[in-house]
Design a protein around this ligand. Structure first.
Ligand SMILES: Cc1cc2nc3c(=O)[nH]c(=O)nc-3n(C[C@H](O)[C@H](O)[C@H](O)COP(=O)(O)OP(=O)(O)OC[C@H]3O[C@@H](n4cnc5c(N)ncnc54)[C@H](O)[C@@H]3O)c2cc1C
Length: 417
C-alpha cells in the first residue's frame, strides 16, 4: 500500500529517508525550516563513512576523559557548565550507558549498519550524474605517541574479531600506503573498509534524486506543533499551516527533542557542536582520510581541497564559533603533517554544525509505540552521514510495514520515554 509520508527535517537523515521511501512508491513531503541552501550538519562535516566506528560515544572511560579534557580552552571536548535540567538528565543517562556491556551489545549492530550503509553509498554513487566524490581507500588512525598506538592496536584487535578488517602499520608502511604527504607519527591503524566523500555534494545529489522522484519540499517551513488523537497523529502544524499525511517521521537532528514537544514522547538529545576548516589549495594532499588520534581531529581530502574537523562542544544551541577551539584544530595539522603550517589556515572561514547526540550514543530509529503513525530517525551523533543511507532504507521498510532488514531493537526511539 502506498502512503503519504511527511518528514520533519531536510538534513542527510531526512533526505535519505525520503529517497528510499520514494523508491518504495510512497508519496513524500519534507518540511524543512531552512532554505534549499540551508546549513544542515552535513554541509561542513568530515565526509567519512566509518565502519571503524563500532564503539558508541557512550563507552567506558569517556566520562573521565571528558572531565579531564574540558578544562583546556583548546581541547577537543567541552561541556559548558550550566543549570539545565535537560543537560543534567542527559549527562546522567550518558554516565549510566558508558559501560563495557553497552559497547559489547552495540558494536555488532553498529558494524552491520555501517557495512550495509557502505553498500548503499556504492549503489548511490553508480546512479548516473550522482558523483559525490566517493573514495574507497580506507581510513588511517595516525598516532604520535606509543600510548595512543597501543590503545588503537587494541581497538584493531576487537575490530578484526568483529569482522571489520584493521591493520597496525609502522610509519614506513603508512608512508608507503599514502606517499602524497609526509607524516610525523609513531605508527597508525588502517581500516581499509572506511571511505570518504564530499558531504555537500552527497546531500545536493540526494536532494536532486528526491525531487526527480516526485518528492515535495516545503522549504522555509518550521514545524511548530501537532494535531493528535489517542491513536495517532492527525496533522502537523507548521509556520505555513497544517499538513496531513499517513505517516510522520522526526528527522530534526539536534532539534528533534523540541520537535516532539507536546507529544508525550521523549528523545533526549544534546547538540554536540563541531567545527571544520578547509584548505582550498593545500601544499600537499593525502589520498586517504585520517584521524589525528591524540588530537581527535578528522582530516579528509575532498577533491583538491583538504578539510580538518573536530571538537565536541556541548554548550546548548549556541552556534557562535569559538576561535580558540578552532585554533586547537589548526595547531594539530603541522604536528602530524610537517609539510603544512598553521599560516596555511590564515583568514580561512570556520564552519560549525550540531551533531545530534543521544545519551547512549545510538540513533533513535523506528516507530513510537504510543502513536500508530509516528516514527523517529535521528540521534546519529558522529555517524549521521555514515549511517544516513541505511537509516533511510530501514525507515522505508518500517513505513512500508515490512520487517526491517536488521534487528534494530537497541535503537527503539521510545527507550527513554
Ligand atoms: C565537525 C563535524 C564533523 C562530522 N563528521 C562526520 C563524518 O565524517 N561522518 C559522519 O557520518 N558524520 C559526521 N558528522 C556528524 C553528521 O554531520 C551528523 O550526524 C548528521 O549530519 C546529522 O544529520 P541529521 O539529518 O540528523 O541532522 P541535521 O543535519 O541537523 O538536519 C536536521 C534538519 O532538521 C531541520 N529542523 C529542525 N527543527 C525543525 C522544525 N521544527 N521544522 C522544520 N525543520 C526543522 C533543521 O533545519 C535541519 O536542517 C560530523 C559532524 C560535525 C559537526
Amino acid at each position: 500500500m502506498t502512503k503519504s509520508i511527511l518528514i520533519v527535517g531536510g538534513g542527510v537523515i531526512g533526505l535519505s529517508t525520503a529517497y528510499y521511501c520514494l523508491q518504495k512508491g510512497h508519496r513524500v513531503t519534507i518540511v524543512e525550516r531552512g532554505a534549499p541552501s540551508h546549513n544542515c550538519c552535513c554541509q561542513g562535516n568530515a565526509g567519512m563513512i566509518v565502519p571503524s566506528h563500532f564503539v558508541p560515544l557512550a563507552a567506558p572511560g569517556m566520562v573521565s576523559l571528558g572531565l579531564r579534557m574540558m578544562w583546556s580552552p583548546e581541547s577537543p571536548f567541552y561541556i559548558k557548565p550550566r543549570l539545565s535540567a535537560d543537560l543534567l538528565s542527559w549527562a546522567w543517562k550518558f554516565y549510566q550507558a558508558s559501560n563495557a556491556e553497552h559497547v559489547k551489545r552495540s558494536a555488532p549492530l553498529l558494524r552491520d549498519l555501517s557495512l550495509a550503509s557502505r553498500q548503499c553509498f556504492e549503489e548511490l554513487s553508480e546512479i548516473p550524474g550522482n558523483d559525490f566524490g566517493l573514495v574507497k581507500k580506507g581510513l588511517l588512525m595516525l598516532c604520535k605517541t606509543e600510548h595512543a598506538l597501543h590503545e588503537e592496536s587494541k581497538t584493531a584487535q576487537t575490530a578484526n574479531a568483529l569482522g571489520i578488517p584493521a591493520e597496525v602499520l609502522s610509519p614506513e608502511q603508512t608512508a608507503k600506503l599514502d606517499p602524497g604527504i609526509k607524516m610525523d607519527i609513531v605508527g597508525s591503524v588502517y581500516f581499509p573498509k572506511d571511505c570518504h566523500l564530499s558531504p555537500h555534494l552527497f546531500t545536493a545529489g540526494l536532494t536532486r534524486l528526491v525531487e526527480n522522484a516526485g518528492g515535495q519540499f516545503c522549504w522555509n517551513t518550521a514545524v511548530t506543533g501537532w494535531r493528535k488523537n489517542p491513536e495517532g497523529i492527525e496533522a502537523v502544524e507548521t509556520s505555513h499551516g497544517p499538513i496531513q499525511a499517513d505517516e510522520y517521521v522526526i528527522a530534526g537532528g539536534s532539534w528533534s527533542s523540541e520537535v516532539v514537544r507536546g507529544l508525550d514522547v521523549k528523545l533526549p538529545m544534546q547538540p554536540g557542536k563541531g567545527y571544520s576548516v578547509t584548505l582550498q589549495k593545500p601544499r600537499k594532499l593525502p589520498a586517504i582520510c585520517s584521524i589525528l588520534t591524540e588530537a581527535r581531529v578528522a582530516v579528509t581530502p575532498m577533491g583538491s581541497t583538504l578539510r580538518f574537523g573536530g571538537t565536541m562542544e556541548m554548550a546548548g544551541m549556541d552556534d557562535s564559533i569559538n576561535p580558540v577551539r578552532v585554533r586547537g584544530i589548526i595547531k594539530c595539522a603541522p604536528k602530524y603533517f610537517p609539510e603544512l603550517s598553521v599560516e596555511d589556515f590564515d583568514n580561512l572561514p570556520a564552519w560549525s554544525g550540531f551533531r545530534p547526540c543521544s545519551p547512549d550514543g545510538l540513533p533513535y530509529l523506528g516507530r513510537f509505540p504510543k502513536y500508530r503513525n509516528l516514527s523517529a530517525a535521528t540521534g546519529h551523533s558522529m555517524m549521521g552521514l555514515s549511517l544516513g543511507p541505511i537509516t533511510g532504507k530501514l525507515m522505508a521498510q518500517i513505513l512500508s510495514d515490512e520487517k526491517p532488514g536488521l534487528d534494530i531493537g537497541l535503537l527503539n526511539p521510545a527507550r527513554y520515554t
